[in-house]
Design a protein around this ligand. Structure first.
Ligand code: NI
Length: 158
C-alpha cells in the first residue's frame, strides 16, 4: 500500500464527474488499498477517488466502525435530516455547517465484485452523502449554510 497525495482547494479535478468502474482490475484493488491508507494517515473518516486524482466512482469510509469500500455507489433511500459541522480532507482545516439526511441506504459493489447494501445513520449517513457528492464534483461548501464556513475548524474530515 502507498499513501497518495490528496488534491486540495481549487484543484479542478475535484469538480469533475467520475466515471463508473467497469471492471475490477488489479489497479482498482491497489487504488482501494492506497485510498484506505491515505485516509487513515490523514485521520479522515472518508475519501473519494477524485481526492487522489482518479476520476472513478470509488469511495472508502471508516467512521471508526471498520473500513467500507464502495465501488459505483448509489444512494437508494434517505430519511430525516441532521444539521452539523462538516470538514473535508481536500479543504484542510476548514469546517462549515451542512444539513444532510439522518439516514441513508446505499448500494455499491465490493472488491470481489459483489453488490451489497449498507445503511447508516448520523455520521455514517453524513459520510456516505459527502463522499458520493465528491464523485459528481460537489464539495460540502456548495451545500453549507451561509456564514458558517470557518478556516480553523477541528473535526473529522472526509
Ligand atoms: Ni471530502
Amino acid at each position: 500500500m502507498a499513501k497518495r497525495n490528496i488534491r486540495t482547494n481549487s484543484d479542478e479535478i475535484l469538480r469533475k464527474t467520475c466515471k463508473p468502474v467497469k471492471e475490477i482490475t488489479p489497479n482498482i484493488l491497489t487504488l482501494l488499498d492506497d485510498m484506505a491508507e491515505t485516509m487513515y494517515r490523514a485521520n479522515g473518516v472518508g475519501l473519494a477517488a477524485p481526492q487522489v486524482g482518479i476520476l472513478k466512482r470509488i469511495v472508502v469510509i471508516d467512521i471508526g466502525e471498520g473500513l467500507v469500500e464502495m465501488i459505483n455507489p448509489v444512494i437508494l433511500e434517505t430519511e430525516g435530516t441532521q444539521t452539523g459541522e462538516e470538514g473535508c480532507l481536500s479543504i484542510p482545516g476548514a469546517t462549515a455547517v451542512v444539513t444532510r439526511p439522518n439516514y441513508v441506504k446505499a448500494q455499491a459493489t465490493d472488491r470481489d465484485g459483489n453488490l451489497f447494501v449498507i445503511e447508516g445513520e448520523e455520521l455514517m449517513a453524513r459520510a456516505i452523502c459527502h463522499e458520493l457528492d465528491h464523485l459528481d464534483g460537489v464539495l460540502y461548501t456548495d451545500k453549507a449554510q451561509p456564514g458558517t464556513f470557518r478556516e480553523n475548524g477541528m473535526m473529522e474530515a472526509e
